[in-house]
Design a protein around this ligand. Structure first.
Ligand code: GLN
Length: 603
């Protein structure tokens, strides 16, 4: 043994720990930095695509609002459903890191596929059973649309307040009036482009299942059981999510549709940027320089010979998802009055999968915990399931962002920023991410400060605040709509205000919910419970699609025919869902006390 001297004191023996693992990043394990950038770039891709998708479906493919929002809802529902399977595959076979890498490749290919949308669909209308081509004059807001009259003269299409459609001669006089329902606008779409669209979306759905749950699992694995930095770690990670989203929600729409007088490069360019972001995410995790060694590895007892089967299975799932999309799009809503069972039976296959899985798994897991668990475990699981159910209501409203709120921004919002320049409708989605990045640290400080004083709200109270908040956000926008001018447009700041309230609400439920699941769940089934949490968000996405469908308005060539009708429709739907959410929030507020007792001290 060396004798210590003044010049060379004996170093303590640290050979049993990896010195690199002791380095920290903002006081957190340094691996968090790499997971932060990987997830930021993945969300850059996802939210960049999300900022484009609804408008792409409505304006490039000329799908009706009902098809657009229905497909958007079905797509996002599957995006949140596949993590159930992706999480399971990682736990049992692949390990989290390998799953994330595979998911990243699939998603990159998905965004790339979305670039191949081909030529825009050709607008036409069926007028009382007769097909007429639609021609355009002018661009943007000033765009006018015409059909050929009997004498070949162009007649301008004008939607009336009573939902009838007038065809106007050049002098403004009415040549013909078609009653509500007699004028059916549509678009002639290239079948190959539609096929590639659905394949692209299917790749994203499947890729996300491998990526999203497992990157969060790796974050969780950086912290030992009981490490108090865990919640803060997830907050930092949540900021990474939103930092990535923030930039792409500005840049992808910018490339796709431009800004001001610049018309952009085309939709393909926006999706290409999303694909580049996703590719960077893949590079960051694939070539991590050993930074993530020892984390997210294959479970020690997992067989190693199944990987190929899983990869093939994932590829074979692409046509299955494609089929679910086409089934959803060909769905015709049956006449009302068939009752709950009748309604369920006529749902598209995807709807049956969503509701069916939720309605079976929630009571099923509860019965299992009643039989297998102690009384306390059962009560905690019951509390978790009640909160998971309320979680569905939150995301149903919140996720209007990608569909009805973006369409509202496109149609009934004055997108001018202080009269200096105008943003595009898709770019309004960036408000949410920006507010999360600003508010997340403040909320973290606030919860900690309240906890020190012993006045931090309980989890059910936070959920109740979130529900009332998401409703209040809509009511705020509805209030703003009462100031709309004769152009039926609402100022941009009302939408920004809605997103401010929604973001604060999100911070009361989303990060809180994830950690709640890990604390309330019976340990053996925590992975499954995390899956049920994602499932509740999946159901919400599907219902969000149905809600957005109620807010559908008639469009010709992707443009609404009457701005007053569209404003009234949005205000009607937003008012209803706003009050319903506030009321459900109040119910949860009352239930918070019995729930607190069921939770046995979990905070
Ligand atoms: N914005 C967050 C994310 O994309 C949360 C979304 C959600 O859980 N519904 O990860």
């Amino acid at each position: 043994m060396d004798t210590p001297t003044v010049d060379s004191p004996v170093e303590p023996d640290i050979s049993h720990t990896n010195p690199a693992s002791q380095e920290t990043w903002f006081g957190h394990p340094r691996q968090l930095a790499r997971l932060f950038t990987t997830e930021a770039m993945e969300r850059f891709g996802y939210y960049g695509m999300r900022a484009l998708l609804t408008l792409y479906l409505a304006q490039h493919f000329l799908f009706s609002d009902t098809t657009t929002t229905g497909l958007y809802g079905g797509f996002t529902a599957l995006v949140y459903l596949t993590p159930l399977i992706g999480g399971l595959m990682a736990d049992r076979f692949l390990g989290a890191k390998r799953s994330v890498k595979f998911g990243a490749i699939l998603m990159s290919l998905g965004y790339l596929t979305l670039c191949f949308g081909g030529q825009p669909a050709k607008p036409f209308a069926t007028i009382d059973g007769v097909r007429s081509e639609i021609t355009n004059q002018g661009t943007g807001e000033a765009r006018k649309q015409f059909v050929a009259g009997a004498d070949g003269q162009p007649l301008q299409i004008k939607g009336n307040d009573d939902k009838s459609v007038s065809l106007l001669r050049a002098d403004g006089s009415e040549a013909r009036r078609i009653a509500d329902g007699g004028f059916k606008p549509d678009g002639e779409r290239n079948p190959t482009s539609v096929f590639l669209l659905l394949i692209g979306l299917a790749l994203v759905v499947i890729g996300n299942g491998f990526f999203k749950p497992n990157i969060s699992t790796i974050v969780g694995s950086l912290y030992a059981q009981g490490d108090r930095r865990r919640d803060a770690g997830f907050t930092i990670f949540y900021m990474g999510i939103n930092l990535g989203s923030l930039f792409s929600q500005i840049l992808c729409p910018l490339l796709a549709v431009g800004m001001g007088s610049w018309g952009g490069l085309g939709w393909w360019a926006g999706f290409a940027l999303a694909a580049v972001g996703m590719l960077i995410s893949w590079l960051l995790i694939q070539f991590d320089g050993g930074k993530l060694d020892g984390f997210g590895d294959r479970p020690a007892d997992a067989p190693t010979n199944r990987d190929f089967v899983i990869y093939i299975g994932a590829v074979l799932a692409i046509p299955v998802v494609w089929f679910l999309f086409t089934n959803l799009m060909s769905y015709v809503r049956p006449a009302a009055g068939s009752g709950m069972i009748g309604y369920f039976m006529t749902l598209p296959i995807m709807g049956k999968i969503m509701f069916g899985t939720f309605l079976i798994s929630v009571p099923g897991i509860l019965i299992w915990s009643y039989i297998k668990g102690t009384k306390q475990e059962f009560q905690m699981m019951l509390a978790a399931m009640v909160l998971i159910t309320f979680n569905t209501v939150f995301w149903t409203l919140f996720e209007q962002a990608g569909s009805s709120l973006t369409l509202f921004a496109d149609r009934n919002t004055d997108l001018s920023v202080f009269g200096l320049f105008s943003i595009s409708a898709g770019q309004t989605q960036f408000f949410n991410a920006a507010f999360i990045v600003l508010l997340a640290p403040l909320f973290s400080i606030m919860w900690n400060g309240m906890a020190r004083r012993g006045i931090e709200p309980t989890i059910p109270i936070k959920f109740a605040i979130a529900l009332m908040g998401v409703g209040a956000g809509f009511l705020f926008l509805v209030w703003g709509a009462s100031f709309a001018g004769p152009d039926f447009k609402v100022g941009l700041w009302w939408i920004a205000g809605l997103y401010f309230v929604h973001s604060a609400a999100e911070l009361c439920i989303s990060p809180v919910g994830l950690s709640m699941i890990t604390k309330l769940s019976i340990a053996r089934i925590v992975g499954l419970m995390m899956g049920v949490w994602f499932l509740s968000i999946a159901v919400a996405q599907y219902v969000a699609g149905l809600v957005a469908q109620v807010a559908s308005v008639e469009t010709v060539g992707g443009q609404v025919t009457n701005l007053k009708v569209s404003l009234d429709t949005y205000v009607g739907v937003f008012t209803t869902i706003g009050w319903v959410a506030v009321a459900i929030g109040v119910v949860l507020f009352v239930l918070a006390w019995p729930l607190k007792r069921l939770m046995h001290g979990v905070k």
